[in-house]
Design a protein around this ligand. Sequence first.
Ligand code: SAH
Length: 411
Amino acid sequence: MLVTWHRSLHLDTMNSHPQLFLDSRQARNFDGRHPWVLQRSVVEPTVSPETGEIVELLQPNGSWIGRGIYNAHSRIRIRLYQWIREQVLDADWLAQQLEAALRLRETWMSSRGKLDAVRLVNSEGDGLSGLIVDKFGDYLTVQLTAFAMYNWRSEILQWLEKRLQPAAIHVSMDARIAKQEGLEAFDEWVAGMPPSGAVTISENGVRLSLDLQAGQKTGYYLDQRANRQAAAAWIRQGRMLDVCCYHGGFSLAACASNGPTDVVAVDSSEPALQIARHNAASNGFSQIQFQQADCFDILQQFSNRGERFDSIVLDPPRMASRRQQLNSALRAYHRLNLSALQILNADGTLVTCSCSGSVTRDDLWGVLSSAAKRSRRRVQILEARGADVDHPVDVNCPESDYLKCFICRVE
Ligand code: SAH
């Protein structure tokens, strides 16, 4: 059965769309094809386009920049999708973009081997700002993060269903994003029968049960797949602390490679920990103790009690979603990293991550550098990593390089 939705986008074939001009004071250089045009960057026209309408973006001098979708509710006023004037923003273009994204993963997996779980569409990184598609076994999860993609949901779901024949598709928009985009949050299963329970996948030789509906984001953090394996190679022995462990990814990968003898894995979410406990048991890893706690509090408690670890993973949630929150985010990262360094044994391994799009690699490097100075520890970066290959990064959209992961040795 093909998905049917009530509303379908009126797909224009005539390129006669409202024109919006960049504000000359705010105008950034859009030659770089950054897909986000912020509210302050455009001159608001006397008659505003409708939310969801295709618009043309022009330089203050009238030269054409690109074509995208307007949203009167969002701070990202226009999401640009085309930079070639002759193109048409329609269902065929959408299908081509989706096909290109899929081909990339097929090429990658043809050399690496087929994976149970893979990101098929990575928003800006695949030229489809606002669309994330993950595959978990026979199921797909679609996360919509922009009105433009919400408007195209019918076309997207039909294309995915026809091309991939999934058992079912879970489609959602979370409350925070829905509010920003002027929509209502939703999540539902379409195009088939939802799974009757957890979905099981295998990653780096570890069996994982996932709850695709109640889980965070699209159900599981696929972006850290290669980092878990890389970290496991350095975490060879002793006592490990896994901070913000979610389903236990880093701990399980480390235990699978004969690493730590004793692991404390912490997260604030009890539902996530329940799945993590199940995953540890089903893989036979009895050395992991899971604990519900706030990451800042638990590090402080370990420090007060004089507890020490041989390796520590810090994988906190996003702390800044925009540049204005950067300073408070950097202070929080500094606190976490400093606390970790204070309870890490000599010759220890620190794996420190940031998934905040507005925190750059240099920012995280700076945090680590000042935490090292403050704790009087020598920190060697062994590997500076990002999200796994199925999460491509757009060179002109630094925010798409959102995941930073430094694997370090601490003297
Ligand atoms: N390391 C995980 C991914 C972590 S995502 C993996 O490999 O899959 C970030 C995690 O931080 C989420 O599981 C979230 O529940 C948790 N979290 C959010 N706020 C927290 C807090 N204040 N203290 C501890 N955990 C927190």
